[in-house]
Design a protein around this ligand. Sequence first.
Ligand code: IMP
Ligand code: MG
Length: 186
Amino acid sequence: MTLPYEEYLAEILIDEETLQKRIRELGQQISKDYEGVDDLLLVCILRGGVVFLTDLMRQITVPHEIDFLAVSSYGKGVREASGRVRIDHDLMSEATGKHVLIIEDIIDSGYTLRFVMDVMMARRPASLKLCTLLDKPSRRTIHIPIDYVGFTIEDKFVFGYGLDLDDKYRNLPFVGVVRLDALPQH
Ligand code: IMP
Ligand code: MG
């Protein structure tokens, strides 16, 4: 994929200003909910969650650590959820006894996050909550309680702001809808 992203952009779904405003609100809410907690650990799911994490953490006033968990599903392709997920890169710090908040880009079928929540729960954190920038509830196969949602979106394939299109364009400051008809495989 060598063409600039405009070729693949159907529309801007959430612009930069709207994203940043909502992230400030989420940061305020999280800061309020975790007030007085001194062992908050933000666990970012790589790679999609990284842009969201770096903006969100600067809106959180509670002192906290950050760490990263890379997971991938066995299925390939933009729309497939195989239901099998594995850890590619584990946390570098201990989660046991800490208040863990998972930071994710998008929850689709729910398989990835169900796996992540189970893995983290087995480490006996003091608490475990989930924060996702985007939620696509219409695609959910596995029920998963979400504590903080940035935006609930329709069943559209999106990219930008951490989400990739063929591993690229994670740096776009907005969330855009992919023109599926412009992709070679579709
Ligand atoms: P789930 O396991 O089906 O919930 O899928 C979650 C993962 O699929 C996310 O972490 C994303 O990496 C990826 N994903 C789901 N929907 C989209 C999308 O619209 N654009 C880009 N990646 C997506
Ligand atoms: Mg991903």
